[in-house]
Structures are given as structure tokens and as C-alpha cells.
Ligand binder design. Structure first.
Ligand code: CMP
Length: 386
């Protein structure tokens, strides 16, 4: 088995083969058992009774996670992101990525304990970092990270406003209450505790204003808090819903009928093609096609923008166009690298379906062949021979 096949297993994810699912399942179960063990062993009674088993579990878990970590670093060069392609720098960059750091942290407790005397609390904390390994199994987490990035400007504005409000409220409460309750409102930093508990409408009730003016102001602060502290949640919820809508698009009849290549086909044939196309989303900057790779399918650009890196000059492709057809038609390696310029919605037609479609529709085949001839001509440097 070569590294590329290994990559398909290790990083196959939800669309991977049976082996990829098995790999994910083994790691997933190992994470859950290791975490359950770490949690249960915080109980002195359990620790006393099953301490030996716990050590064995920890040893096996670290073994599994170490093999997993080494495999992920080895195969990182086959990631679709161009930045990991270099055999040395690519792997080092991968090792510095957030998920690789979490993977490393998951095996650290035992290795660190070999050199440094760690307290049980420190070991427990390190073992609990393994919880973050579960994030790999939820693609929605990536979406959340993207939402936070997309909405960072309004989120920062809301946070700054909250900070200003908190400082103002703590200062005014200090002025109004300092004589009556010097212990809790004697300074602005002391009044901050009341401010945060009030603005977030948690209201522990351990510190409350007692003067009439202080109480009046406290009521106002609660009302303000309800409005202001709900803002980030609102921003995130809307951003999340919008991002999910963009990602979970499905190939629809309308979408395919709007692709210029298919627009002249009768309705029932379009409906057949809809079933063959797989919706796909690609982040800005991701490499969709690598020059020299063996073609496995072609892409229709529904939304977004891609850039074809040609030796002469890069070419931009807009929605409605297709790419990745040359390798399939000419049965040759990919002739250029194609990168997403923006977040893209694509429809993917895998090679077997492409071949079947071309055999069925002579007219489609000749249209694509004409495009291939035209693109091939434009790939040649000006003044270059045939
Ligand atoms: P393929 O060779 O399979 O992979 C790279 C793709 O880039 C290629 O198919 C075309 O779809 C696309 N491509 C190559 N040259 C051009 C061009 N001159 N204009 C537009 N697209 C191109």
C-alpha cells in the first residue's frame, strides 16, 4: 500500500471507503474509552479498585494515538491543501495545524510524565485535551470556525460594546454603592464582579445593590444586559444558518438545467444527470485539481470562482463553466492546477459516470471536445508549435 492509499484511509472521513470508516471507528472508540477512563478515575474509590486496568487502557490508548499521529503526519503531503505538499515543510506545517497539535497533546501525558514529574491534576488536564480529538468527527465544527471567521467584525464590535458597557456599569455602581458596601463596591475592580453577573443576567445574588438609586440602576443594567449579551449569540446563529445553507446544497434540476452544457437537453435527461452529480463545497484557496494527477472526474462550477494556473497566464473560470474534462477526454494526467478563488459550490461527475454519459450523448461529447481543443490551444505559449 502506498502513502496515497494510506491517506485515503487515514483522512477518508465520512465519504471514505470501508477501511477509512473502520480507521475512524477505532480511533473514535479509543478516544471515548480513554476519556471515560480519565473521568471515572477521578473518583478515589474507582481509582483504588480499577487502577491497574486504567493504566493498561492508558497504555493502549497512547499506543493507538501515537500510531495515528505518525500516520497523519506521514500522509499529510497528500492533503488537498497545497501548503502541505512539500515532503518536509508540508509535514512540519501540518504538525503546526490545530488538529495536529491536539493529536500530539493526546499522547503527551505519558511521554511528558517520563521526563517531568506531573501532578495528577496536570495529567488529568492533559488527558481531557483528548476530548478535542472528537472535533474531527463533526464537520459542523469546521463550519462554526468559518462562521466565527466570517462574522469576526460584528462579533468584535459586539464584544467591544459589551466591554464598554461592563466598565460603565461597574463604575456607576461603584459610585452609587461604595459608601453602603465598601467590601464589594469599594473599587471599580470589585464592582466588576457584580457588573458581569448582572449584565449576563446570571444574578448569583451574592452581591446586590442596597441603596434605592443603586437598585434602580441595577434594574436598568439587567435590561441592558439582556439586549447586549444576546447579540453575539444572534450573530453566530444567523451566520451558522447561512453557512449551513451554503454547504448543504443539493444538486437540483434547476441548478443542472442552468449549466450551459446541459441547457439544450430534454427535461428527463437533465433529471437523470442530476442523480449522477455530487454536490461539493470547497474553501477559498483550496486546490481542487493538481497538475499531473490522474483524473477521477470533472467539475461544474455552480457558484464561486476558480483559477486555472497555466504557464502562459492564469485563467479565471466563473459560475456555469466546467473544468477537469481535459484529462478525462484525452485520458491524460491533469494539464493544470485549479484553485478555488472564493468559497465554491461544485457539482462533481465521477469518471465512470462521465464515460457513460459521453457514450450516451454524442452531442455533449462533441461540445466538450470542442472546448478541450480550444483550451488546449490556449495552453500553448504564444508562438509555440503544435
Ligand atoms: P484537466 O486537464 O483534467 O485538469 C486541469 C483543468 O484545467 C483542465 O482539465 C481544464 O478543465 C482546465 N483548463 C486547462 N486549460 C484551460 C484553459 N486554457 N482555459 C480554461 N480551462 C482550462
Amino acid at each position: 500500500m502506498d502513502l496515497k492509499q494510506l491517506h485515503a484511509i487515514v483522512e477518508g472521513g465520512p465519504h471514505g471507503s470501508f477501511a477509512a470508516h473502520l480507521f475512524d471507528a477505532v480511533i473514535g472508540v479509543a478516544i471515548l474509552i480513554a476519556i471515560a477512563d480519565a473521568i471515572v478515575m477521578t473518583d478515589p474509590e474507582w481509582a483504588g479498585a480499577y487502577g491497574g486496568w486504567s493504566q493498561l487502557i492508558e497504555l493502549i490508548a497512547v499506543g493507538v494515538f501515537t500510531v495515528e499521529y505518525c500516520l497523519r503526519v506521514c500522509v499529510a503531503v497528500y492533503d488537498h491543501r497545497a501548503r502541505y505538499r512539500h515532503s518536509l515543510w508540508g509535514r512540519l506545517k501540518y504538525m503546526a495545524s490545530p488538529m495536529a497539535i491536539v493529536d500530539l497533546a493526546a499522547i503527551l501525558p505519558i511521554f511528558v510524565a517520563l521526563f517531568l514529574p506531573l501532578s495528577t491534576d496536570e495529567v488529568l488536564l492533559l488527558r481531557c485535551v483528548r476530548l478535542f480529538k472528537l472535533l474531527r468527527y463533526f464537520s459542523a465544527f469546521d463550519t462554526l470556525a468559518i462562521v466565527i471567521r466570517n462574522e469576526r467584525a460584528p462579533l468584535m464590535a459586539a464584544m467591544t460594546l459589551m466591554g464598554i458597557l461592563l466598565m460603565m456599569i461597574a463604575t456607576i455602581a461603584h459610585i452609587l454603592e461604595k459608601n453602603a458596601q465598601p467590601e464589594t463596591f469599594g473599587s471599580v475592580p470589585r464592582a466588576l464582579w457584580w457588573g458581569i453577573v448582572t449584565l449576563t443576567t446570571v444574578g448569583y445574588g451574592d452581591v446586590v445593590p442596597v441603596t434605592p438609586l443603586g437598585r434602580l440602576f441595577g434594574g436598568l443594567a439587567v435590561v441592558l444586559g439582556m439586549g447586549m449579551f444576546a447579540l453575539p449569540a444572534g450573530i453566530l446563529a444567523t451566520g451558522f444558518a447561512e453557512e449551513m445553507r451554503r454547504r448543504n446544497f443539493t444538486a437540483s434540476w434547476n441548478m443542472v438545467a442552468r449549466v450551459p452544457l446541459f441547457e439544450r437537453l430534454p427535461a428527463f435527461q437533465i433529471a437523470e444527470i442530476v442523480d449522477l452529480l455530487e454536490p461539493l463545497t470547497v474553501e477559498r484557496g483550496e486546490t481542487i485539481i493538481h497538475e499531473g494527477d490522474t483524473p477521477d472526474g470533472m467539475y461544474f462550477l455552480v457558484d464561486g470562482q476558480v483559477r486555472v494556473l497555466l504557464a502562459s497566464a492564469p485563467i479565471r473560470l466563473d459560475p456555469g463553466t466546467f473544468f477537469g474534462e481535459m484529462g478525462l477526454i484525452e485520458q491524460a494526467p491533469r494539464s493544470a492546477t485549479v484553485i478555488a478563488q472564493r468559497f465554491c459550490q461544485l457539482l462533481w461527475l465521477q469518471r465512470a459516470h462521465f464515460d457513460a454519459l459521453m457514450a450516451q450523448h454524442e452531442d455533449l461529447k462533441s461540445t466538450i471536445e470542442a472546448v478541450v481543443r480550444d483550451r488546449r490551444a490556449r495552453q500553448r505559449p504564444p508562438g509555440g508549435g503544435a
